[in-house]
Design a protein around this ligand. Structure first.
Ligand code: ATP
Ligand code: MG
Length: 388
């Protein structure tokens, strides 16, 4: 149990408020997994919470909560939500635009998405509080909505992506009543702000279970909802997802830019092949279309341009550019990308192993390898295939 979260609950209790651990941390602890973060639910209002803690601030618009900082850790404290009928603002499709607060513990439980996410831990009584059958669903390894699935998806279609994320992470089954709504969710996800989908995208793919997430997205018909130009059957995507999961398991760094570069690669290549008359760079067009769905922050789109741009240069292997490429700040990512491509494109294997060898040999051998290269023109392809 997290000492900081318990200290916060103590402070809430001392001020006369209730405080429970809730959500992912309770679920993950019950599943024998290490929680990613700790969420607390309380009957104190957000301003009341804020007053109790020195390093606290109210964040979020749709579902405002308080971030309480303890050392380097941020703990999310939310006020019990009321029943859906009270003070919740919907759009004409049933989507929740602004939520209510100041409900009771029980009301709050029914507002959460899945039964497995609506368990509360009361550290004073040392007991789990379960209004919705969440414990039974954890035992049966099942992801089930609280209430009517169609209504819960209409309120917030991102819940479909959350179902996939938890299924991939925990190895649970998704209730058939949820699966049946995947086409409906796909339509409704178009109304979600691209910035929120970027957040969800990173949670989906950087959790260490990206292959399982990808396969579920594909089988639910949602891969093309998130990445309209992707090829759901891409073997490159499968290889990259597996590779990402290995990296995360080993504690290596991963970036959302790399996976986006992977899933959009075929579209970029297709545009490149047809780009003779286009005025914009194909990479810019591929990313511009993707931005309609997922708001990719600038640093990641720059990264994608760099990694794509490096591909031609790595493939060309000229005497002039080889040692400079080794110094390129994206060399490592570009090289990893090339190696993944080589796994599904045998004609690239020789080039990829050349670069692998180049990095492992001493300076003298490296010099000799580079000197043996042809003195190719610096730009073999049109300018358009170079990074911007
Ligand atoms: P993790 O933190 O491991 O990703 P989590 O379940 O804690 O998973 P959070 O996004 O941190 O997910 O949300 C905390 C809790 O808030 C959830 O467990 C759930 O009870 C509730 N919640 C979050 N998002 C929603 C949503 N879109 N609809 C309903 N309830 C939600
Ligand atoms: Mg959480």
């Amino acid at each position: 149990m997290d000492a900081n979260a318990l200290a916060i609950i103590n402070t809430l209790n001392s001020a006369g408020f209730q405080g429970y651990l809730v959500g992912g941390c309770v679920r993950d602890l019950l599943c024998g997994k290490r929680p990613k973060d700790f969420d607390i639910a309380t009957d104190a209002t957000l301003p009341e919470v804020k007053k109790l803690f020195r390093r606290a601030r109210i964040v979020g618009r749709r579902f405002p909560i308080v971030h309480v900082r303890h050392g380097r850790e941020i703990i999310e404290v939310s006020t019990f939500r009321q029943s859906i009928s009270n003070n919740v603002v919907h759009d004409d499709q049933g989507m929740i635009l602004r939520d209510s607060t100041e409900g009771t513990l029980e009301e709050d439980a029914f507002r959460r998405d899945f039964t497995i996410n609506a368990l509360y831990y009361d550290p004073i009584q040392a007991e789990i509080i379960d209004f919705v059958g969440g414990l039974a669903d954890i035992k049966r390894q099942r992801i089930r909505f609280i209430g009517k699935p169609a209504v819960r998806i209409a309120e917030d279609p991102v819940r479909m992506l959350r179902a996939i994320r938890f299924a991939a992470k925990l190895g649970f089954d998704i209730d058939a009543a949820i699966t049946d709504l995947s086409a409906d969710a796909a339509d409704r996800l178009a109304a979600i702000p691209p910035a929120r989908l970027f957040d969800e995208f990173t949670k989906l793919f950087l959790s260490g279970h990206s292959l399982a997430v990808w396969e579920l997205l594909v089988s639910f018909g949602l891969a093309t909802t998130l990445f309209p130009a992707c090829n759901p059957n891409s073997s490159l995507a499968t290889l990259a997802m597996r590779n990402t999961d290995h990296r995360i398991a080993e504690g290596a760094s991963v970036t959302p830019g790399f996976l986006l570069a992977i899933v959009l690669w075929e579209d970029f290549q297709a545009r490149l092949a047809n780009s003779l008359s286009a005025s914009d760079h194909p990479a810019v067009l591929t990313l511009r279309d993707q931005q309609q769905r997922i708001a990719v922050p600038r640093r990641f789109s720059t990264f994608i341009h760099e990694v794509w741009g490096l591909q031609v240069r790595l493939e060309t292997r000229s005497r002039r550019s080889a040692s400079r490429l080794l110094q390129h700040k994206r060399f490592r990512a570009g090289y990893d990308f090339l190696c993944l491509r080589a796994e599904s494109e045998p004609e690239l294997q020789e080039t990829a192993s050349w670069w692998t060898t180049l990095q492992s040999v001493d300076a003298e051998t490296r010099g000799a390898m580079i000197a043996a290269l042809p003195q190719t023109k610096r730009r073999r392809r049109r300018k358009k295939s170079e990074p911007t």
